[in-house]
Design a protein around this ligand. Structure first.
Ligand SMILES: Nc1ncnc2c1ncn2[C@@H]1O[C@H](COP(=O)(O)OP(=O)(O)OP(=O)(O)O)[C@@H](O)[C@H]1O
Length: 250
């Protein structure tokens, strides 16, 4: 282990995992700092989803280290424990409760953090209401609060789901292809939204949309064949010959 581990929010070192002899991750190493927004790119099959599965405890690595907040060994925790520790994951497809209002979706998400018994006897406090108001504003849905989630556009559903994750106050948010299927305006707004969210927590976003990645303006990690091909600014990474051959030039 190197000296990056103690201060990093997320630390992966030499992480490998094989499925039927195929190395989905091949000695993957990278570090996310507190308050960092990081973009992950890479061709289909590069291992991006597997990387998120490892961080969230869905898949166990065959070898390597995965530490959260310095010394919490994520390879020894299960999915529920990891969520409880403060790692939230947004899958590609939005899974909001369509027949509930935007507000109720957020209230349910706030309750989920409390556990079943606490939620049963729970009454909204002024503090909870203020937190929901704040999230509504962050995810650009203040004026849709009383509308059914079913009536939102695809992009707004993605934002609502991000809001539901924020209600659980994660320290690290993993977001998988948020802008797929969004309009250009929604995509631009999502870049702003994620930058705002990263003021109070770390965010790792996997995306194929290079225009969106450029708008984020943050450090980019390009994965290929289960390990890091290049890392740095978007200009640095997109000028890298290996990145052009393996991803951008395809
Ligand atoms: N549970 C599994 N069993 C067998 N093979 C798997 C499993 N999970 C992933 N793989 C394989 O591992 C490789 C990496 O897949 P992964 O889904 O992580 O890539 P990705 O970068 O997320 O790709 P995409 O951009 O298409 O989502 C792929 O070849 C995939 O087929």
């Amino acid at each position: 282990m190197n000296d990056k581990k103690p201060t990093s929010l997320l630390y992966l070192d030499g992480v490998s995992v094989s499925f039927d002899g195929f190395k989905a991750l091949n000695s993957l190493s990278f570090v996310i700092e507190p308050g960092e927004l990081r973009a992950i790119i890479g061709p289909n099959g590069a291992g991006k989803t597997t990387m998120m599965d490892i961080i969230t405890g869905k898949t166990r690595p065959d070898s390597g280290d995965v530490f959260f907040k310095g010394d919490i060994d994520l390879t020894r925790r299960d999915e529920a424990e990891i969520a409880q520790l403060g790692i939230g994951r947004k899958f590609q497809k939005p899974t909001v409760f369509e027949s509930h209002t935007v507000w109720d979706n957020l209230e349910l998400a706030l309750n989920r953090r409390r556990g079943v018994f606490a939620a049963l006897f729970y009454r909204m406090t002024a503090e909870d209401e203020a937190r929901i108001e704040e999230i509504l504003s962050t995810v650009r849905l203040s004026n849709r609060r009383n509308d059914l989630a079913a009536s939102l556009s695809h992009g707004q559903k993605q934002w609502l789901e991000i809001g539901m994750l924020l209600a659980q106050e994660p320290e690290l948010l993993l977001v998988d292809e948020p802008v797929a299927g969004m309009t250009d305006a929604e995509t631009a707004e999502t870049a702003l939204l994620l930058k705002e969210i990263a003021r109070t927590r770390s965010v790792v976003v996997v995306e194929h949309d290079m225009g969106f990645i450029r708008e984020l303006g943050v450090k980019v990690t390009c994965l290929a064949e289960g390990s890091v091909l290049a890392e740095g600014s978007i200009d640095f990474v997109s000028a890298d010959q290996k990145v052009i051959e393996n991803y951008l030039g395809r």
